[in-house]
Design a protein around this ligand. Structure first.
Ligand code: PMT
Length: 403
């Protein structure tokens, strides 16, 4: 990716590892793209590479942990935290990852990264044993869940003589990942995208309803990523607990019938329809306008359910040329086979199959585990944030539309 980073500020944290020398090239590449780069080095990093090298490459003073100027330190770390459009750490040792995961702020770098509101990206580098250690992996999972982006580590020959995962990604790859955060791809520009999110509620009476655990997190993540990539987004949301995204048209519905009306009315003018909502498949055959009284005779209260219309199938049946239709499949068994049946039955181009019985997947969590299934094949998406999965889904949509 070539992008002009003029006017953008990158704060680059460098921690103590042999890969610190490779961070020099990261600075140099970012500068060539036009970015201002401010380097913070830990005390240990300064043992590997002289701060003067980074100062010369970045053309800015390098902040180190010598505490030479304690009176300005407090101000300086907040200023850098605020100045960052992206905060990157390369190499990121097991130590800094652990500190970040647990909110420990005991030096300039850990203090500044804790204070920043900018997107944070880390390029881990360490011995294989340290990288694969359960505690490091747990710390990384915590950071990923909080939205920290990772580049690498790669596998290969390590400076300690071992071979395996733990080598810092190449400087070019790190610089590209930083650039991608600073000038996001606009590959959905000009496209109208409709996303459904959340659960529907089927009312029995004014105080009782039937629903499910969908929070809206998955659908909203798709909507937010689509907006970032330039799409004009409409979200049709049922009942949700996740914060509603800004910058898109929001249509609120309660029942599956209302969702059906809202989606089928808008779908014909959409380029892409992505149905992440979990609509109730059934509604009550009889509903009450007043609170239904308890019988007090110990007899069971039998209710009859009638099937709701299938919105995805209706949109699929009316699919227009040039439209891309994406559905989700929430399964607890036979994930791939069941999802493939839904892909065909609903005339979808892509189905995102998630086994909602797995920890870290499905309803009301920030992560998901999915398989992207098209008529041509499958792509596995192991545990990742819903934001990351949203990116994968949109990449697949772009791929399908370019065929
Ligand atoms: O909202 P979150 O808490 O983040 O949870 C995310 C999620 C688990 C809800 C999401 O990842 C997901 O799996 N959504 C689909 C839930 C669902 O209804 O799955 P399904 O297999 O029953 O339906 C298949 C597809 O048909 C879905 O795209 C669904 O939106 C659609 N559908 C279902 C029923 C119906 N009456 N009409 C439909 O259009």
């Amino acid at each position: 990716m070539r992008c002009d980073l003029t006017g953008k500020s990158v704060v680059l944290g460098v921690t103590g590892g042999i890969a610190a020398y490779k961070a020099c090239e990261v600075v140099s590449r970012l500068r060539k793209m036009g970015a201002e780069v401010y380097v913070i080095m830990t005390k240990n990093a300064a043992e590997f590479v002289q701060p003067l090298t980074f100062e010369t490459l970045s053309n800015h003073p390098v902040v180190t942990d010598t505490f030479a100027r304690p009176e300005t330190w407090e101000v300086e770390h907040i200023a850098l935290a605020k100045r960052a459009d992206v905060f990157a750490i390369a190499p990121a040792t097991a130590n800094i990852l652990a500190k970040m995961a647990h909110g420990i702020a005991d030096d300039m770098l850990s203090t500044t990264v804790l204070a920043t509101k900018a997107p944070v990206l880390v390029a881990p580098a360490m011995n294989t044993g340290m990288w694969t250690a359960e505690i490091t992996q747990e710390n990384c999972a915590v950071l990923k869940k909080r939205g920290v982006q990772f580049v690498g580590p790669d596998a290969g020959f390590l400076a300690c003589g071992d071979s395996g995962a733990g080598r810092m990604s190449e400087p070019a790859e790190i610089a590209e990942a930083i650039a991608a955060l600073l000038c996001p791809v606009q590959d959905l520009a000009g496209l109208k995208v409709l996303v459904t999110a959340g659960s529907t509620r089927e009312r029995l009476d004014p105080v009782r309803y039937m629903t499910n655990d969908s929070s809206g997190k998955m659908g909203f993540a798709v909507a937010e990523e689509a907006m970032k990539r330039g799409a004009q987004v409409t979200v049709v949301a049922g009942s949700v607990t996740a914060p509603i995204p800004a910058g898109c048209e929001i249509v609120r519905v309660e029942s599956t019938l209302e969702l059906y009306e809202a989606v089928t009315a808008r779908a014909p003018e959409m380029d892409v329809v992505i149905q992440a909502a979990a609509p109730a498949d059934y509604r009550f055959a009889v509903t009450y306008t007043e609170k239904h009284k308890k019988a007090h005779d110990g007899q069971p209260f039998v209710v009859e359910l009638v099937e709701n219309p299938d919105i995805a199938a209706a949109v699929g049946a009316a699919k227009k040329p040039g439209q891309t239709l994406v559905g989700f499949a929430a399964e607890t068994e036979n994930l791939h086979a069941n999802a493939q049946k839904k892909l065909a039955k609903k005339n979808l181009d892509l189905i995102v199959a998630n086994d909602v019985s797995l920890p870290g997947a499905g309803f009301n969590v920030d992560t998901n585990i999915a398989t992207l299934i098209t008529a041509d094949g499958m792509t596995e998406c192991p545990l990742r944030t819903k934001k990351e999965l949203a990116g994968d889904i949109l990449n697949k949509v772009i791929e399908l539309r370019s065929k």
